[in-house]
Design a protein around this ligand. Structure first.
Ligand code: ADP
Ligand code: MG
Length: 140
């Protein structure tokens, strides 16, 4: 999927948020600055989250409960070993009642549920263009 600018990323995120169902895991793969956090903020908006979504870099996971269903926002960039995911009890999140959005999901690829929606983001020809590759049970 071709994304022309940041507004289109936001529109897609809101659509994902509106279509999200409990237990959904959205795995985001893409370099720094490709728009993973931007997309996540819009997913939150689509879910009706009223809290400000900030990058969970130092916490690995942040929870937002003000939307239609809970949002669990992971940023696993600083995980050195997937073992750390067990320590934070990731299974409760991935197989729970909310939507999980995971930035840098390639780092913990082996822990992703089989039915995760995997979104790979590549930079496009211009500063604002992106190419999205979406795999998995896409309901949006
Ligand atoms: N099409 C686009 N989608 C998302 N962000 C974009 C786009 N074009 C430019 N940007 C800019 O790129 C940056 C993306 O940052 P961020 O969402 O934090 O990325 P990441 O979480 O992948 O590191 C923002 O400064 C945003 O304004
Ligand atoms: Mg980010």
């Amino acid at each position: 999927m071709h994304i022309a600018n940041e507004r289109e990323t936001q529109k897609l995120g809101e659509k994902i948020g509106r279509a999200a169902v409990p237990g959904m895991v959205v795995a985001l793969i893409g370099d720094l600055g490709t728009g993973k956090t931007t997309l996540t903020k819009s997913i939150a908006k689509g879910l009706g989250v009223t809290e400000t979504v900030t990058s969970p870099t130092f916490n690995i996971v942040r929870e937002y409960k003000s939307g239609r269903i809970p949002l669990y926002h992971f940023d696993v960039y600083r995980i050195a070993d997937p073992e750390e995911m067990y320590e934070l009890g990731y299974e409760e999140y991935f197989y729970g009642d909310g939507v999980c959005v995971v930035e840098w999901a390639d780092i913990i690829e082996e822990l992703l549920p089989e039915d995760a929606v995997v979104i790979s983001i590549d930079r496009g020809a211009s500063e604002e263009e992106r190419e999205y590759t979406i795999e998995g049970p896409c309901t949006f």
